[in-house]
Design a protein around this ligand. Structure first.
Ligand SMILES: [Fe+2]
Length: 307
């Protein structure tokens, strides 16, 4: 049923700090009466929504896309499960269904066209026995654009990982891709073709926002984007490195309110018909294969909304 991640929203103390951060990260701003939307260059879709609340940062909502049949099916499943529909949170909010998940996280499911992914020519990469980039310099120039292509996934804290995973799989048609031992984490993908995960769940003593992740065109773009963020004073959080779960290269930065934004490249992709077998990982093995700055720092798994 769910077939795309549309956007996520944060309630923030003041908009400017968020706009400055996400613009430095590589997104573009659209001002609206009740919120600010951030988009990827050339992508006709809100990816981040910032709602000014004047209070500490708090996760506001998550929005998914489906087709008309999916919308009807999800509505029926919500009714059967006794999940009440609620009003949109502000006048300009997306249409579709609005409701709360078991953690009382606000969720929107809207009718939307299938996700359009940027389609770019595959790079020629020289490696042992294969030298397709013959006679051509491979190093990009320092001024290459470092623009995220699309929002790929979102990771949320929850006090009950299995309960949340059951809700999103049973009622919204998401699928389990992998888990972390001891119910510490679960990684869910959409129906249809999907990245390895579009929604991840991490255990904490309260709900909260961990990070949002955006696809980059190369490791070079991610690295150069990271240098730009560091030059503007934003705090490097972890990376660069390579996750085992999802396989993506990563580099995390702290937003102004101790949430995180991640550049990712080369995530696992699971076609609809592929018989993917979920694997249960230990925290140590699943989190990363390598990272330039070693294991995740102590505050990587800290839920700042629970403080
Ligand atoms: Fe991530």
């Amino acid at each position: 049923m769910i077939r795309s991640l549309r956007h996520f929203a944060l309630g923030v103390p003041a908009l400017k700090a968020g706009v400055d951060f996400y613009e430095a990260f590589g997104l573009e701003t659209i001002d609206r009466p009740d919120h600010v939307a951030m988009r990827c260059h050339g992508r006709d879709q809100d990816q981040v929504v910032l709602v000014e609340t004047g209070r500490d940062r708090k996760f506001h909502h998550i929005a998914f896309g489906t087709d008309a049949a999916g919308l009807a099916a999800i509505k029926g499943r919500l009714e059967a499960a006794g999940v009440a529909l609620v009003d949109p949170p502000y006048p300009g909010a997306a249409e579709g269904l609005w409701f709360h998940d078991p953690d009382h996280v606000l969720v929107n499911v809207q009718a939307a066209e299938p996700e359009v992914r940027p389609h770019e020519a595959a790079p020629d990469v020289n490696r042992p026995g294969h030298y397709p980039r013959a006679g051509i310099r491979g190093c990009p120039t320092p001024d290459i654009a470092t623009r995220p292509r699309r929002l790929g996934h979102l990771i949320l804290f929850t006090p009950d990982v299995p309960r949340q995973a059951r809700f999103y799989c049973a009622l919204l048609g998401m699928r389990l891709s992998d888990t972390l031992q001891d119910d510490y984490g679960a990684f869910l993908r959409t129906g249809g073709d999907s990245d390895h995960h579009v929604l991840g769940l991490l255990h904490s003593n309260a709900p909260g926002f961990h990070h949002a992740s955006f696809e980059m065109g190369s490791i070079d773009e991610a690295a150069l984007g990271a240098l730009k963020l560091q030059a503007k004073g934003y705090k490097h959080a972890w990376g660069p490195g390579r996750h085992a779960i999802g396989s993506n290269y990563f580099h995390y930065f702290r937003d102004p309110w101790n949430g995180m934004a991640e550049y990712f490249h080369d995530i696992d992709f699971i076609p609809d018909a592929f018989d993917w077998t979920p694997q249960e990982w230990t925290k140590k093995e699943g989190m990363f294969l390598w990272s330039a700055d070693g294991p995740p720092p102590p505050d990587f798994g800290r839920n700042y909304e629970a403080c």
